[in-house]
Design a protein around this ligand. Structure first.
Ligand SMILES: C[S@@+](CC[C@H](N)C(=O)[O-])C[C@H]1O[C@@H](n2cnc3c(N)ncnc32)[C@H](O)[C@@H]1O
Length: 200
């Protein structure tokens, strides 16, 4: 029972246990967050969305660049929302970052709004993933960028999320020029699948 609860926590960290899980993610996923941020081709005027921002590390990275744009984030977990709001409080106060509860399955944003939408260690929890990707496609502007970062592991848990499978999911969702890029640390295997929404 306790084991099951702990396994569920990364998909929606909740309460005191969720805060501890968030603290662990903050350390363990730090590299994933900073590396993904470094790949995003965003400018100071970009409108950017992160799905499932957890403790808000990559939100802070993006906000350093988008000084005249805006960074939005949606997150399923109230506990993570509070942690990320605290981390990004100055950017929120100066109206450069907006964080809210939400679900990738029904994004609370208008069509063709963002220059870039990214998500780190979160696609595993979208059921079905194609619905989340369809929503990301809808809210991206034509020529906007999607970036999905995930673990590149051979065990059963991650078998569904191998780079070529996520590339295929992105392509079947309508994205073009999809390239899975490998992380730089072989001891911590991750990849980021980056694609573009075409003009239709
Ligand atoms: C494993 S954590 C990763 C957090 C952060 N991106 C990182 O890499 O440290 C997954 C996060 O995605 C959130 N999440 C899961 N499913 C979601 C959904 N359908 N929509 C939005 N957020 C979701 C969870 O609440 C959790 O905070």
């Amino acid at each position: 029972m306790i084991q099951k609860g702990l396994r569920r926590q990364p998909g929606k960290p909740t309460g005191i246990v969720g805060r501890i899980v968030g603290y662990i993610m903050d350390i363990y996923n730090r590299e994933d967050n900073h590396w993904t941020s470094s790949l995003l081709e965003i400018s100071e005027t970009s409108k950017v969305l992160e799905v499932g921002f957890g403790t808000g590390l990559a939100i802070a990275d993006a906000a350093k660049i988008t000084t005249r744009g805006h960074v939005y984030g949606i997150e399923l977990s109230q506990t993570m929302l509070q942690v990320a709001q605290k981390r990004n409080q100055n950017a929120i106060k100066s109206d450069r970052v907006s964080l809210q509860l939400g679900n990738v399955m029904a994004l609370p944003f208008e069509d063709n709004y963002f220059d870039c939408v990214y998500s780190i260690n979160c696609i595993y929890f979208w059921e079905p993933p194609t619905q989340g990707l369809a929503e990301i496609y809808r809210v991206l502007k034509p020529e906007g960028t999607v970036a999905i970062t995930a673990r590149n592991k051979d065990n059963e848990v991650y078998a569904r999320w191998k780079p070529h499978l996520v590339r295929d999911l992105l392509q079947s969702s309508g994205f073009v020029d999809v390239k899975p890029l490998n992380g730089l640390n072989p001891k911590h295997p991750i990849y980021c699948a980056i694609g573009t929404k075409p003009f239709t």
